[in-house]
Design a protein around this ligand. Sequence first.
Ligand code: FAD
Ligand code: EPU
Length: 368
Amino acid sequence: MQPQAAKNGLYPVQSPFQLPISLCQPMFTIIENVSLRAYNSFHMDVKSRYYAEVKSTEDVHEAIESGKLAKFGENGHLILGGGSNILFTRDYDGLVLRVSNKGIESHFEEHDTVFVTASAGENWHGFVTWCVDHGYGGLENLSLIPGNVGSCPIQNIGAYGVEVKDCFHSLEAIDLKTGEVRVFSKEECRFDYRDSIFKQELKGKYIIWSVTFKLNRNAQVQIEYGAIKQELSDLEIDYPGISDVSQAVINIRHSKLPDPEKLGNAGSFFKNPVVDLKFAGKLKESFPNLVSYPANGDKVKLAAGWLIEQCGWKGFRDGYVGVHESQALILVNYGNAKGSELLTLAHKIQNSVYDRFGVKLEMEVNII
Ligand code: FAD
Ligand code: EPU
C-alpha cells in the first residue's frame, strides 16, 4: 500500500492503516484515580480522576467517537507530554491524555537539507541525539531540554541562542472535537519568545501528533552564546561540529540546572520580561547593573533571574518550597511541597519584583 501523502507533501510518520493487525497497540482504556507524581517534573503528588495513554491515531479517534472526551468538556481534559512545564496545584477532576506515540523518520532530502518527522511522544533529548548521531544539524543547541517532541512547538522551546522555530517545518495535529488531522505551517504556529498559537487561542484544542523539522547535513554551528564559546574553549575544541556543540550544551546544563530527578522543578518558572527600550533605559539609570539584551523591534529583554536575585529570593527556602540557590529563575520542590505552596511563592516573587522594578513577571510554567 502506498503511504498516504500529507497535505504538506511529506509523509506521515505513523499511519496506523499500514500496520498489520497483529502489530496494533492494545485497546485504548481509561483508568481512574491515577497518581500523576511520576508524570510531572515537580513531582506533585496529585491524582487524575481519569487517565489514558494515546499511542495511535486510532486511540485518539476512539476517545473522541466514544464521547469520552466530550463528557469531560473543553476544559475537562489535559494533554500531557513529559510533564516538565506543568505545576499541578490540585487533583485533576477530568481526563489526562498522555501522548505516547513513537517513531522518527527522515523522509526527504534535497542537497544538504533533510526533513525529519518525529512523533509527539518521542523524548526530546533522545530525538536531538538521534539527529546529532545522523549528522543532521540545527537542534544541537537544544540538547537536554526535558520533555517530549510534541510539546516543543507549544512554547517554542529555546536555549543557547536557538529556538525550535529556527528548524521547524510543519506539524500535524488532531482536532479534539472533530478528529480531523490538520497540518500547521511555521507561519500558522505564530511562534514568538516562549509562545505560539497553541498557548493562545488554540490552547487545549488540538493534540500535536508529529513535528517535521528542516535540518542540514552541513550545518553552520551556532556558538555565539558566551557560555558555549567558553565551554568549547575549556574542552580545547577549535573547530566544533554539531556533536561538540551538543556535548558543550550538555555540560553547561549539567553544571547550571538542577536535575528534576533529584530536585523537583520545571526549569525557568517565569519568562524573561520583554519591555520597551525607553522603559529599560530609565530602569538602567536607577539600576546600572541591570542585565538586559536587545530583543525584536524597540524592545529589550530583561534577565528575570537578576531581578529576582536583587529582591533577595535566590536560595530562599520555606519548608519544602524554595528558589534554587544558583539560578533564581527556578523554583524547586525540596520534597513534599504542594503545588499551591509553590504558586503562593511565585506570587510573592512577582509582587516583590513589581514593587521594586515596576516589571511584571509572566509565568512560563502551565498552572493546573
Ligand atoms: P508538558 O509539561 O507535558 O506540557 C506542557 C504544555 O504543553 C501543557 O500545556 C500541555 O497540555 C501541552 N502539551 C504537551 N504535549 C502536547 C501535545 N502533544 N499536543 C498538545 N499540547 C501538548 N524550556 C525551554 O524552552 N528551554 C529550556 O532551556 C528549558 N530548560 C528546562 C530545564 C529543566 C530542568 C526543566 C525541568 C524544564 C525546562 N524547560 C525548558 C521547560 C520544558 O522542558 C519545556 O517547556 C518542554 O517543551 C515541556 O515538554 P513536556 O513534554 O514536558 O510538556
Ligand atoms: N542571572 C542572575 N541571577 C540568577 C540567574 C541569572 O543575575 O540567579 C542573570 C545573569 O546575569 C545571567 C543572566 O541572568 O548571565 C542569564 O541567565 P542564564 O544564562 O542562566 O539564562 P536565563 O535567562 O536565566 C534562559 C532561559 C532558559 C535557557 C537559558 C539558556 C527563559 C525564561 N529561560 O534562562 O530556559 O535554558 O536562557 O539559553 O528564557 C526554561 O525556559 O525553562 C529554561 C531553562
